[in-house]
Design a protein around this ligand. Sequence first.
Ligand code: AMP
Length: 419
Amino acid sequence: MSAKINAVKGMNDLLPGAVGRWQELEALAREVFALYGYREVRTPVVEPAALYSRGVGEQTDIVSKEMYVFEDKGEDRLALRPEGTAGTIRAFIEHGAFVDGPQKWFYMGPMFRRERPQKGRYRQFHQIGVEAFGIAEPALDAEQIAMVEDWLSRLGVKTTLKLNSVGDPACRPAYLADLTAWLTERAGQLCADCRERTAKNPLRVLDCKVPTCQPVLQSAPRLLDRLCDPCRVHFDAVRAGLDALGVAYLVEPRLVRGLDYYVRTAYEFTSDALGAQSAVAGGGRYDGLVETLGGPPTPGIGFALGAERLALILEALGRPIPVRRPLVFLVAADEAGAAAVLKLSSDLRKAGVACDLDARGGKLARQFKQAERVAARFALVLGSAEVAAGEGKLKDMTTRQETPVKLAGLAAHLREAAT
Ligand code: AMP
């Protein structure tokens, strides 16, 4: 045997035994998002690297440290997408979608970040996210947050919703100047990352998870106390909207989205079931981003949820993985049976009945073993006698009970039996 080749570190296979869970959460996302008027968009996995330098920011870890970048045969600098917002906005602008008024879009698919792999953190992971364009009013924020909550609660997942306002270009600069001064005074008590971020992106310091930084940052000045009137009004309206919709939240003054074009609403859903990587979904308003990426001024708000983390929560909850199994397994007793089984399986599938057979034929015991492996609900043995009579015995694989059935009406009979 040749040496085997394994998957790239931090990039996971999703095998058929586990994929049912993903299909379930994706199907529910499609269903729920449609109820709220969101429509699916599919964009490429590879984009110009410049899209992310501009759309996510050169200073962010995602772009400066974690992005997979490559030269396309010495021509363009391309990147594997590290997140979904920039590409979605690029498509929104490129196709002039803004002329059609407000739009609500969603996406799902793989993202790539060269992070240190651990539980809940991978180098290829999947996000399910939405972007809503063209509406600046807080009712949209409340509706979108309520939608995430709706989706998660239909899955039986309990999360904590954290909410904050990160202000806007009117109120944030003065606050940032004060914060920078405050952090600089306490540089000696902060970690190296925090000291570096104090100069580059002071808001992000508030987000630091290092235990020794936490008590220091606890008393940092709060942007929430310094919001300008329009930001205050917006924040209060989002809160009132959530209250009216019965969505519980915690105001978390240190929750930030680290990029300049994020304004006002920032939110995050977390779960205790995840350990260190507790963030399930993060979202926020980015009213300046469409313009930054070359489009007309267009407000927007979106979120992204990590599908692996949601799957981990469902697993921790002990929620069973939905399995699709054949309704009937056709077993061939002899040569005439083998031909009949092949034809009958085709007829059944055309009639919408999921069925399977063991194409190897051979011993009945082995075929029945295979029927058990694929968890078929019923089995039906066909040999020359059954073919001649046009009738066989349908065996319930759980109760072992056998019922005579006419082959002609089998599809209808099975559908009846399945209900
Ligand atoms: P972000 O785009 O960083 O705000 O992330 C949004 C969501 O994607 C997070 O809340 C996580 O659930 C998920 N996520 C981010 N990075 C990773 C990763 N490396 N592996 C798995 N999930 C991730």
